[in-house]
Design a protein around this ligand. Structure first.
Ligand SMILES: [Zn+2]
Ligand SMILES: [Zn+2]
Ligand SMILES: [Zn+2]
Length: 424
């Protein structure tokens, strides 16, 4: 192997096989030799989206899994005893903003709806759409579909969730006949929530919720607060709670929701963790066009996007002019159809953080890095590798590693199968 290739591989290795790392330029002091110099360094982009960076997305998925499983069954500083706390897994959706093509469990779309809409479009669809069909999530009539309502819902969904948690505290306190500050002295609601896009361009949330005692010792909550009460309280809030929106329209949850008690069965809990980690790395309609912020309305128009999603984006762009919606910064979030929040959010005490997990990984990697310790200050020097071949090589390396991991996993499963067969 020639030297330049070896340097290239070393660079890719140091950036964790990232496809387009952030380049930093540093003034460095070698702490062992006292030598001063400049040093270029590539650090991984840490993008969660698989189409942007497969390697970083893989790590993000692993971290998301750890965050959720630690909060459900303990680990990473959270005691195993949280396993016995009341815990719930819920899916909350947006209301309907107009009929869209769907695939029901029996494979039909909208076979039972009747007549035509104001615009003369049939409200019925007798087709059966394949899983992954581009027509799924597209409105039957785009004139009937309330694009403004959909975008403002996305934009206020995070606030709707935060206020729903407040309402839960209020309801729990009322149930017990105590004040909210008194309730806070007895219990704490911890949660982790992941936003995922539905095909119609609206977000929905998967939430893992746990009740703790007060303080930072992860004590159990008082005995009156059990999983049935938690289930009933959250369900009540989803059905009844209404938030007065910034445009004075009420914001509420959709009628499609699911609230599950997590039983004392750790396999189920780990399945929840995998489920959430999977959604955390998925992007909107898997369209690369929506991966980054738009800079102009024209830029949105020029994208080769599904017309429905394009209209969601232009609606967000246009709504940003409304003074009452100003603080939603809809222009910045047009590529996210108005959604202003983080894809994963958690309350402080749910479990560990992405930041801590990354810090641990860095320390772990440093053990295997035999070069002298250095100190210095870094400044941003751009994106990507110097060598144009590097991104492609990084992606190939990541693919190869994933393949190796998969083969190893298959072999483990096979050998387990064989040994189980023998003992039977
Ligand atoms: Zn990356
Ligand atoms: Zn249809
Ligand atoms: Zn219509």
């Amino acid at each position: 192997m020639d030297a330049s290739y070896r340097t290239l591989l070393r660079q890719i290795e140091l950036a964790g096989s990232c496809t387009h790392p952030v380049r930093l330029l540093g003034e460095m002091v070698n702490l062992a030799t006292g030598e001063v110099g400049t040093k270029a360094l590539s650090v991984s982009c840490k993008d969660r989206r698989e189409q942007i960076c497969p390697a970083c997305s893989y790590l993000y998925k692993a971290d998301a899994w750890i965050l959720v499983s630690a909060g459900l069954i303990g680990g990473k500083g959270v005691p195993d005893s949280v396993f016995d706390h009341p815990r719930i897994f819920a899916t909350l959706t947006a209301p309907s903003f107009g009929s869209v093509h769907v695939r029901r469990s029996d494979g039909t779309c909208r076979a039972n709806s009747g007549s035509r809409c104001l615009h003369g479009v049939e409200r019925r669809c007798l087709l059966r759409h394949d899983e992954g069909s581009p027509v799924l999530g597209v409105p039957l009539c785009t004139s009937c579909f309330d694009y403004e309502g959909a975008v403002t819902w996305n934009a206020q969904a995070s606030r709707l969730w935060n206020r729903s948690v407040e309402q839960m505290r209020y309801d729990l306190a009322a149930y017990r006949g105590i004040s909210v500050p008194q309730l806070r002295r007895e219990t704490r609601i911890s949660y982790l929530k992941v936003a995922e896009y539905q095909r119609r361009g609206l977000v929905h949330f998967h939430v893992v919720l746990r009740l703790d005692g007060p303080g930072d010792a992860f004590a159990p909550p008082p005995s009156w607060m059990d999983v049935n009460l938690l289930h009933a309280t959250l369900t009540g809030v989803i059905v009844h709670f209404e938030l007065v929106g910034l445009d004075r329209e009420n914001v509420r949850w959709g009628s499609q929701f699911d609230v599950k008690k997590l039983a004392v069965d750790d396999r189920g809990d780990l399945r929840v963790a995998s489920y959430i980690a999977k959604y955390a790395t998925k992007s909107t309609g898997d369209a690369l066009a929506l991966a980054r912020r738009f800079h102009s309305r024209r830029e949105i128009e020029l994208q080769s996007l599904d017309p429905h999603l394009k209209r969601m984006a232009t609606t967000a762009w246009d709504l940003s002019r409304r003074p009452e919606l100003e603080r939603l910064h809809l222009r910045h979030h047009a590529h996210a159809f108005g959604f202003t929040g983080q894809l994963i959010t958690k309350s402080r005490y749910f479990s560990t953080t992405f930041k801590d997990l990354r810090g641990n990984r860095r320390e772990h990697m440093a053990q295997f890095n035999e070069s002298d310790p250095v100190a210095g200050t870094f400044s941003y020097d751009g994106r990507g590798y110097d060598d144009p071949r590097a991104s492609e090589v990084a992606e190939l390396l990541h693919q190869a590693r994933t393949e190796v991991r998969k083969v190893a996993r298959d072999q483990r499963v096979m050998s387990r199968g064989i040994s189980q067969g023998e003992t039977r």
